[in-house]
Ligand binder design. Structure first.
Ligand code: CTP
Length: 407
């Protein structure tokens, strides 16, 4: 469930050892229901065969400008024009120094560069090469020229290169490349230009330097919502206490620990925001005293005195009354009893526009798993039940709902 579904994507592959990684990208894009047309340079075919891409995408692969293969279903019988016209996104991964130089000069001497000149869709460049080749002023100048014309760069990563040397020039992993495709496709989405703040994860309330109180929230639903908002074009601020989850490409991550630090970050970032989606499972009680040194065990029971943490949504409600930001506030209600009644109480009490009621007593939904079953209640008495689905799909429908509320 992503904005890749149904999109026609041109994948240009150049002659670099990283071409093998482009096969995985072609496969993952296809699995995400995109239509992937691969264009290979002659050098790329030295590393990977056209047949490999054809098998991964189930579609023709283009390489020879003069006998360019099937052009059925394209808006022009001339393959490079048809491919360029049909594409919603052109990603070149890996992009070699040679192809970047040709693109910067507007040269068009093979199927890939001709199509790039003809394409009016967004162009994403993922350079991959030796570190010195990447850092070379000629390559950097070419990249700058291309970016000044609107091309978007996926910066190469540092690390071990095929030469055995280390440097900056590695093609990022598929998940990162996919994230950039989603980010760029989102730029014309319904939330383009809007700021959306999402909180995620269970907060951690310190007891001593090594221990804390928390809960079983994984942060997965919050991260899925952040990704869905990026898919729709939003500028996402992800305030997160979750650990070990990859940050969606394009999100501004604000790492926090406690309810107090999350509250401060939320109040700061909702200013100017179109929406706040408060998915975080905020811990309601914190140890009154935080021991400066590790608490040692003794033979007697340990008594903890707990104090209430601040309610972040109530703090946002008070600030919103004065600043009018954020325009829309969405809360979650994690309940094991009286789901809808409790959720409605939270909708009213916390001044929400929507509340997502989440029955956490079911083993297949809610905390830590990849699926969820929710009911979305609105401030006008409406309710929408979403049966067991992936957290990504729940996220997409919630973001759609928020877009329509924002008009
Ligand atoms: N929330 C918050 N600040 C808190 C506690 C919760 O902003 N200190 C937010 C959560 O992020 C969620 C909503 O309030 O969007 C409801 O959270 P939930 O834990 O279900 O309810 P609580 O208000 O904590 O009440 P209870 O735990 O008694 O059900």
């Amino acid at each position: 469930m992503s904005n890749l579904r149904g999109k026609r994507i041109l994948l240009g592959v150049c002659g670099s050892i990283a071409a093998y990684k482009a096969v995985d990208l072609a496969s993952k894009l296809t699995q995400a229901d995109a239509e992937v047309d691969v264009i290979m340079t002659v050098a790329a075919q030295r590393f990977v065969s056209a047949l490999t891409f054809q098998a991964a995408t189930g579609r023709s692969v283009y390489s020879d400008l003069w006998t360019s293969g099937a052009s059925g279903g394209l808006p022009s019988h001339i393959a490079h024009i048809g491919l360029a016209e049909a594409a919603g996104l052109f990603i070149i991964a890996p992009a070699t120094a040679n192809t970047l130089a040709k693109l910067a000069q507007g040269m068009a001497d093979d199927m890939l560069t001709v199509s790039a000149l003809a394409a009016a869709c967004p162009l994403l460049l993922a350079p991959a090469m030796d570190g010195n080749m990447y850092e070379h002023p000629a390559t950097q100048a070419n990249l700058q020229t291309l970016q000044s014309r609107g091309a978007q760069l996926i910066p190469p990563e540092s690390g071990r290169l095929a030469s055995g040397l280390s440097g900056r020039g590695r093609l990022p992993e598929t998940a990162t490349l996919l994230g950039h495709c989603r980010r760029v496709l989102g730029l014309t989405g319904e939330l383009a230009g809007k700021k959306v703040v999402v909180t995620a994860g269970g907060t951690r309330e310190a007891l001593d330097p090594v221990r804390y109180l928390s809960n079983r929230s994984s942060g997965k639903q919050g991260y899925a919502i952040a990704q869905a908002a990026i898919d729709a074009g939003a500028r996402v601020v992800l305030i997160s206490s979750a650990q070990h989850l990859p940050t969606p490409v394009g999100a501004q991550l604000v790492p926090v620990e406690s309810a107090e630090t999350m509250c401060r970050a939320a109040l700061e970032h909702v200013l100017g925001a179109a929406a706040l989606v408060m998915v975080a499972a905020v811990v309601d009680y914190r140890p009154r005293q935080v021991a400066q040194r590790k608490i040692k065990k003794t033979d007697s029971a340990l008594r903890l005195e707990l104090a209430r943490t601040d309610d972040i949504l109530l703090a946002v409600k008070a600030q919103r009354a004065a600043s009018s930001y954020p325009n829309i506030v969405v809360g979650f209600a994690a309940e094991s009893d009286n789901l809808l009644e409790n959720a409605r109480g939270k909708l009213r009490g916390k001044g929400l526009d929507l509340v997502v009621a989440n029955d956490i007593s079911a083993p297949d939904a809610g905390f830590a798993v990849d699926s969820n079953r929710v009911t979305v209640l609105d401030a006008h008495g409406g309710s929408q039940r979403i049966e067991l689905s992936s957290k990504a799909s729940i996220a997409a429908s919630l973001i759609q709902r928020i877009s329509s509320l924002l008009g």
